[in-house]
Design a protein around this ligand. Sequence first.
Ligand SMILES: [Zn+2]
Length: 331
Amino acid sequence: MYPFESAGGHGIYLPQLKLSLDNSHREAEWVFISHAHADHLPRDRHSRVIATPFTHQFMRLRGFKGECSELPFRERLSLSKCDVTLFPAGHILGSAMILIESDAGRLLYTGDTKTPPSPVTEGFDLPEEVDELIIEATFGLPIYKWQPIEEIQAAMQKFALQSLQDGYTPLFLGYNLGKAQEILHLLAPLGVDMQIHGAGFPYCEVYQQAGFDLGNVRAYNRATCEGSILVAPSSALGSGFASHVSRIRTAFCSGWALTEARRMQMNLDAAFVLSDHLDFFELLDVCKTLAPKRIHITHTPNPTVVQHFLEKAGHQVSSLEFSPRSEDADG
Ligand SMILES: [Zn+2]
């Protein structure tokens, strides 16, 4: 078993290996970054970062200037005290789980993960067998059960077409990296012009280079946006995004859509439960498939519930004391 400590923000530190996971511990020699969402990015430049090539590319777009060892999926890298291998996590493009192998056993850390994978990722793939598992449980309550993506896609397309037909501009709210590209991909078959918030557009080019169809997308242009499908993070509403368009219909796209939309006091015409994370039942399935000797859960709104269900299924479980994340970062 690995001794580890939770260390700042969402990160974990493995002192014996001097390896940080999604955090920059001051004593770390190596830092693994599971994906390029803001809450996971390295904050200092002293340690060597390990990330997939796409995660590195996104990190650079977000201003990261430090050293990075790019590690493609399923290639083994030897560090001083362990070997590591990355597996696709299905959360956003480039997102990875890390398998750490040493005398202390085989530990898998998932970062943010989703199965079935988001359609604009490299997929989801587990290693054969692990002793210990650190898994995120952002949506670790039985109320979170996602619909099949095809049903969500059909409802989103219907909303977009109906809005346009009625003379309204449809606006889909989702964060700029990952969710926005997923929305564009799901709406691409409509063949309608689409505009994305300016900060999200450079990420689209990376997705397109990776071979994902994002339809007829351009960067947001205030003068021409009316009548196109618009995609922007919910934070853009406060800064005047499309505020001049009087006939607009707004849809929120997130795993938090049903439980949080009202609390956020947004004026919504629709909410689509489109998440980039495991739902509660998928979480139980992954644990069952891997059958590790010990499971540690992170980022959960209510550790006792998910712990109870996992223990009932015969697992040894502990909860790492992280604050559950808000809908602003990720969903
Ligand atoms: Zn994330």
